[in-house]
Design a protein around this ligand. Sequence first.
Ligand code: FAD
Length: 373
Amino acid sequence: MTQYQQLPPSGDIHASRQRLRYCSQQGLLKHAISSELGGHGDDFHALLQAHLNLGRHCQDSGLILSINAHLWGSIFPLILYGTEAQKQNWLPALLAGDFIGGHAITEPQAGSDINAIETQVKQTDTGFIINGHKRFITNTPIADVLLIYAKLEGKLAAFLVKQDDTGADFSDSPNVTGCATATMGDIILKDCQIPLDRQLGKTGAGGMMIQNALELERAFIFAGIIGIMQWQLEQVIQFSRQRRVNEQHLGANQAISHKIADMKCRLETCLLWVNECARLKDSGKRISLASAQTKLFASEAFLQSSLDAVHILGTKGLMAENKMTTLVQDAMASRLFSGSSEIQKNIIAALIGTGSGFKAQVQVQVQVQDQDQ
Ligand SMILES: Cc1cc2nc3c(=O)[nH]c(=O)nc-3n(C[C@H](O)[C@H](O)[C@H](O)COP(=O)(O)OP(=O)(O)OC[C@H]3O[C@@H](n4cnc5c(N)ncnc54)[C@H](O)[C@@H]3O)c2cc1C
């Protein structure tokens, strides 16, 4: 019996919550976190293996998205920027899966361009008042707490907002077709009141915090997805051996076997990339460039291999029960979440000293390095 054979079936938002909680019971949320903070005390390679295993057995990109939003959107920012009191207050429930988290960056008018964020925060003697609208937020409305990025005195900052805070409305629409088993929604903040101890990190550090969270998300969300790509390749190979065409197996046709060879090469290249991200993290190095390259290559590879899989299976590939068309939609979403393919190219170009984003990227890198010291 595999570790994930007892995974509760997907369905409504309650099922999403149960599935995430089940994964936490398998210890999935505690990798690459020190034992002092309640983690396994292991490294990013261990995290990578655990997520590959999940993807291969669940074949559910929505669940993988949900877990990664929870990890990189709330747990890791708390570890990186939280005060001791904030870590003690929030981490135990998030690590146990009793509390579900995520992060809210995107707004109706602010997607790729985080400088366009309009959500505003005012500080009072006793706390903060937030007004704004967030859109396409993974784990909404099931999230208990979200890290909301907003402007305080014109500078980006991050705030922990609970579902039951006065003036906070976590709603479940609109949904999108890709990664559909993850819940997604809007957050309306109307004079939302939170106490002073809910600010995470410094005022003005929001841009750098987003950059750090997305770097981790870009690299490691694809660990789970590569697990799915492994399963996808196995299905295609099996079908190519069993299906008879002109008295020989389908794979005997070079047009088919070359597609399968391409799928294998894409898969192995994705694996090399995520392993490189884990190696860099485990040796204390930054992954800004490697994670952008991983995200760009892996999301495009996932889409092309998903299209190839549908085609090789013929009309059977279009049957919903075979999951292949769902994976095409998931792959299209994967080219957009955590920064689109174009944004990854902008980052790569800037980090190697060219492109229009060069100056902006260098500024962010310097800020990130300053914070790390
Ligand atoms: C499944 C899913 C889950 C998500 N979960 C979250 C979440 O949990 N939290 C959150 O905050 N957001 C989330 N998002 C939102 C996601 O981060 C945004 O969709 C993404 O940043 C792109 O923004 P946009 O959709 O507004 O597109 P836009 O920014 O409007 O871009 C539209 C198109 O223009 C291109 N483009 C934009 N700027 C440039 C440029 N400078 N150069 C070249 N091309 C450019 C883009 O690549 C894209 O093709 C999620 C999205 C999806 C699909």
